[in-house]
Design a protein around this ligand. Structure first.
Ligand code: SF4
Ligand code: SF4
Length: 356
């Protein structure tokens, strides 16, 4: 008899047990897929089996009542199999076409929005924000809600030149991603240190080591061991704040939002690209962040009107050039948007990690 294996209590559970039987049966044997309508995908296997995927947006931070409602819809109108996507959408899988429309009707009747497939503005991928994380300078969830309220028709329909992936990040250093458009926090002032607390709360060598430009030094302040920041070197990244909360970097006035465009992980037709900064110093203005939303809408409008079919945002900008991009989205183009690398040696040598 085979030896029993101890259960592994970390990591993802085995996905096979949750997979729709049609997907299990045809794993790796799919012939093609189609997009019968926004929010629905049809996959056809070599065996002739078909499976429909119906996608609906969720608010990501889900309460148990909403989760139960989503699961009840899955049990009643689908085949009881769902998965969540990386962008907080729920996908229902059905192997009978007759179930697709009643499922959509049930979802929309319960207030969920079906869409987010193919050339739509997909749900914004967002970080935790004020509700869950200990270092955010803004509320990614709130920014996402405010923006998606205004972009809902672009989620519901698939009328953009290509798909649009928007991301947020509520600090400058951690889990936010890059995307076709990214809305990221931007600190503009060095941290303010509460010297009374540093010795009790912070492991000073770790904090010194965290700084990417070696701007932090140990110091004695008012007779207590503390830290000091060389503000000429500090790049206001906020990396010292998580290990040392008395080095407060979040600020109601000086923590802003920045918008970046053209990030693309895909390498289907060209190399992946890094996003580039196009708007900085945007007010971090809860609860609706109207200034940031207005800029994102202008970028999407110009992209929708100006891009050729299937051009992603980075490809559209590459074709028309940055000067025209700034004109079309009515954003000021300043010298700070250009990095010619003339100062690269000095910048790199201020880093504690790279020297040349
Ligand atoms: S982006 Fe930063 S602040 Fe936001 S959830 Fe991630 S680690 Fe926390
Ligand atoms: S870690 Fe970042 S914010 Fe903190 S002192 Fe260094 S550069 Fe400034």
């Amino acid at each position: 008899m085979a030896e029993m294996r101890e259960p592994i209590e970390s990591g993802c559970p085995d996905p096979w047990q949750y997979m729709h039987p049609v997907m299990r049966k045809n794993f790796g044997m799919w012939k093609y897929h189609e997009h019968p309508r926004p929010g629905v995908l049809l996959h056809v296997a070599y065996s002739g089996d078909k499976i429909w995927t119906v996608k609906a947006g969720t608010q990501r931070i889900l309460d148990v009542f909403t989760l139960r409602k989503l699961c009840d819809i899955g049990d009643e109108f689908a085949d009881g199999y769902v998965h969540f996507t990386i962008r907080s959408n729920i996908e229902y899988l059905v192997s009978d076409e007759a179930k697709v429309q009643p499922l959509i009707d049930a979802l929309e009747g319960a207030g969920f929005v079906v869409g987010g497939t193919q050339n739509s503005v997909a749900m914004i991928s967002h970080t935790q924000g004020w509700l869950h994380c200990d270092i955010p300078g803004t509320d990614a969830s709130g920014v996402v809600k405010s923006m998606m309220d205004e972009l809902i028709d672009e989620f519901r329909n698939a009328t953009m030149p290509n798909r649009v992936h928007i991301t947020t990040s509520c600090c400058q250093i951690n889990c936010g991603g890059q995307g076709d458009i990214a809305i990221n926090i931007q600190h503009t002032k060095p941290p303010k240190i509460n010297h009374d607390l540093v010795a009790n709360v912070c492991e000073r060598p770790s904090v010194v080591a965290r700084c990417p430009v070696a701007a932090i030094r140990p110091a004695m302040v008012n007779g207590k061991p503390s830290l000091e920041v060389d503000e000429r070197k500090c790049i206001c990244c906020g990396a010292c704040y998580p290990p040392c909360p008395p080095m407060q970097i979040n600020d109601a006035e000086h923590s802003k939002l920045a918008i970046w465009v053209g990030g693309n992980h895909s390498n289907a037709r060209g190399k992946p690209t890094f996003q580039k900064l196009v708007a900085a110093g945007i007010p971090n203005n809860p609860p609706r962040w109207p200034e940031a939303t207005a800029i994102v809408k202008r970028i999407l409008k110009a992209y929708k009107e100006g891009a050729k079919d299937w051009e992603r945002i980075n490809e559209w900008i590459e074709r028309i050039g940055w000067p025209r991009f700034f004109e079309e989205v009515e954003l000021p183009f300043t010298k700070y948007h250009i990095d010619t690398w003339r100062g690269a040696r000095a910048s790199f040598n201020s880093s504690s990690y790279i020297r040349f």
